[in-house]
Write a protein that binds this ligand. Structure first.
Ligand code: NCD
Ligand code: ZN
Length: 344
């Protein structure tokens, strides 16, 4: 049997929620990953060090004791976040970064930032204290086409941020376009990007051809095939600016299969298997370890993991759903066959 042994991966972009949902999803990630960057878009959002401390404790309590897993906490940037808040975050070793959600860009982003330039003193403090800024890179203007929102964010907002704060470490999260890939590649080594499994595996036809398929609906939305190909090339190139971030974003099945369905794909149940699928198809399995286990840790200036994991090339069927208390969560690729399996 073909096997692949690599250093244990980390997930540099993950939503785990709270309560019953947290209890289901956190152990899926903890089985695979040593660490994960935990997104702060709860209701209410995690905006300060104290809230992040309590949320980290809740996550640790929900994690089964057999796993050695560290949740890395992130604070949600609002119009009220001050340079003093940034200083406190820099001093808290369990907080890694701030997350910028343009207001209205995605799930639970209502308290996000409405005027980026008004926050420049706060962003200057991030540059000064070397706290990374993680960015949901989409403009939110109602008159801008949903497929153009990432490209326009880069042209109008990210370019300005980069010029104004050349030493700020930035992760452009869940990149979905060739435009984003080109921007990150030509930027300084202070700018990196995460790439999700769904944006590597699918183009926008997955959502719309043969009926509306809500489980492929996430933000930023899937794009054309040319963009998917650019993402696969970036992820499998061995370029250390691109690393693993699933953006696994669980929503109960009935809230996605709805006349106004929620945005987010649930992929954490098979983090490394889904990426292995992509890298195998691209004949680049030798590049998986750098992408999944090295480049993110290096960018965050954290040690690489010591443990190793082994994947076996064997078919297995993804469950139709996972239980969340009495309710259901439908995973990406529900009922389909995956070809790589994590050995436990
Ligand atoms: C995320 C969620 O549900 O929290 N949804 C998504 O489609 N990715 C939010 C986000 O990261 O945009
Ligand atoms: Zn996300």
């Amino acid at each position: 049997m073909q096997t692949l042994t690599i250093t244990q991966p980390d997930d540099w972009h993950l939503h785990v929620r709270t309560g019953d949902m947290l209890k289901t999803v956190i152990n899926h990630t903890a089985r695979q990953c040593a660490r994960a960057i935990i997104m702060p878009n709860l209701q209410p959002p995690v905006t300060n060090v104290e809230q992040a401390f309590h949320y980290q404790q809740e996550i640790q309590q929900a994690t089964e004791s057999q796993y050695d897993f560290t949740p890395l906490m992130v604070l949600y940037l609002t119009n009220e976040t001050s340079p003093e808040d940034v200083k406190k975050a820099a001093e808290a070793d369990f907080v890694q970064a701030f997350k910028l959600y343009p207001a209205g860009a995605t799930t639970n982003s209502a308290q996000g930032v409405t005027d980026l330039q008004a926050l420049f003193p706060t962003i200057a403090a991030m540059e000064k204290y070397d706290v990374p800024l993680l960015i949901h890179g989409e403009v939110t203007d109602a008159d801008i086409d949903i497929f153009d929102r990432e490209r326009l964010f880069i042209e109008t907002k990210l370019s300005l941020l980069q010029k104004t704060f050349p030493n700020l470490r930035i992760v452009l999260e869940h990149v979905t376009t060739k435009d984003a890939v080109d921007f990150v590649m030509s930027a300084s080594d202070k700018i990196a990007a995460t790439i999700t499994p769904q944006h590597l595996l699918y183009n926008r036809n997955a959502i719309l051809v043969g009926g509306i398929k809500p489980h492929y609906y996430c933000l930023p939305i899937l794009k054309r095939e040319t963009h998917r190909l650019a993402l696969v090339e970036a992820a499998t190139s061995g370029n250390s600016k691109f690393f693993l971030g699933t953006d696994s974003a669980p929503h109960l099945s009935h809230l996605k299969e709805n006349s106004c369905g929620c945005a987010g794909c649930y992929s954490a149940y098979a983090t490394i298997e889904l990426y292995a699928e992509v890298f195998d198809q691209a004949n680049s399995l030798d590049k998986l370890e750098g992408f999944a286990s090295f480049y993110g840790a290096d960018f965050y200036q954290l040690p690489r993991n010591n443990k190793i994991i082994t994947l076996e090339k064997i078919d297995w069927q993804v469950p139709a759903h996972y239980a969340v208390a009495e309710q259901q969560l439908t995973p990406l690729k529900a009922g389909e066959t995956l070809h790589w399996k994590l050995k436990v």
